[in-house]
Write a protein that binds this ligand. Structure first.
Ligand SMILES: Nc1ncnc2c1ncn2[C@@H]1O[C@H](COP(=O)(O)OP(=O)(O)OP(=O)(O)O)[C@@H](O)[C@H]1O
Ligand SMILES: [Mg+2]
Length: 272
């Protein structure tokens, strides 16, 4: 596949006078792993919600795998709103793993993974189940297929949520702070999993506070502040070489807070 898994043009989301997204331009090629960081309230979650049309943007355009989501701009410049049905079709190409896990509590893990495949993609029960089992296997949680979400650990729930998003074969997977609700020992586990996906060529946009992930796994790091992307480039370069004062301040604070961070990153590099 060539081209972009995701592309946004001048995306705007307003809440009253606040521009939570203030013209976001973003192109993500297939296979790229992008980390998004920025201070609390800068618009990261709003961006992910707009990208999935859970919260439609007020202005701008989104393209997923070359398909317009919500609004389209024709070659003669005309702007058209697309039908609800069409929006539902295109947004299915985006997988989202939320920070607050939202597994259905009354369904087994296997059903959590199968239902949307059957309803939204029209897969047969056997097909959906076989895809679900393959993913559980891949995420090393096949033993919990018949358990209910309340019976499994936080780390397992997080993996089920990831498997559920992947079961839909999305063009791109979005993660909103996938490790923030986890105990420290589970953080490493989920990060390793994301690293495996990255290596298998999955396109991902990951909002994270784990700078080590951004630094060691992502191909690209975005820094957002007040609804705008202020820095965009190879992670190491964005972290250490940005001139913009707001970006510098942010990374200075984070690296001062985690003094071992840059050192650990350097050691990882030595090993490889
Ligand atoms: N539904 C809403 N109504 C009004 N304001 C909102 C709404 N959702 C978000 N906001 C505001 O938009 C801004 C961006 O919020 P958002 O949740 O995207 O931040 P964030 O970068 O994800 O922060 P965090 O790191 O704390 O998760 C904030 O000022 C927030 O208060
Ligand atoms: Mg958020």
């Amino acid at each position: 596949m060539t081209g972009f898994a995701l592309r946004t043009t001048g995306l705007v989301r307003r809440f009253g006078d606040l521009r939570a997204l203030d013209e976001v331009y973003l192109d993500i090629p297939y296979g790229q792993v992008v980390s998004l960081v920025g201070p609390s309230g800068c618009g990261k979650s709003t961006l992910l919600r707009c990208l999935t049309y859970l919260d439609p943007p007020d202005d701008g355009f989104i393209e997923v795998g070359g398909d317009w989501l919500g609004r389209e701009r024709l070659s003669n410049g005309t702007i058209r709103r697309r039908s609800r049905r069409d929006i539902d079709r295109v947004r299915r190409k985006i997988g989202m793993v939320f920070q607050a896990l939202n597994l259905w509590p009354h369904m087994s893990v296997l059903d959590n993974l199968s239902v949307a495949q059957r309803v939204a993609l029209g897969r047969s029960e056997a097909e959906a189940e076989s895809r679900a089992r393959a993913l559980l296997d891949r995420l090393r949680i096949s033993e919990i297929a018949d358990a209910f979400p309340g019976q499994i650990s936080g780390g397992q729930q997080q993996r089920v949520a990831i498997a559920r998003a992947m079961a839909m074969d999305p063009e791109i997977l979005l993660f909103d702070e996938p490790t923030s609700a986890l105990d420290p020992e589970l953080v490493g586990e989920v990060l390793r999993l994301l690293k495996e996906f990255a290596q298998s060529g999955m396109t991902m946009l990951v909002v994270t506070h784990e700078l080590a992930f951004a630094r060691d796994v992502a191909d690209r790091l975005l820094f957002m502040d007040r609804g705008r992307i202020l820095a965009d480039g190879p992670p190491q370069q964005v972290i250490t070489q940005t001139r913009d004062r707001r970006v510098r301040d942010f990374f200075d604070k984070v690296t001062a807070f985690h003094p071992k961070f840059m050192q650990a990153a350097a050691e990882t590099e030595d090993e490889s």
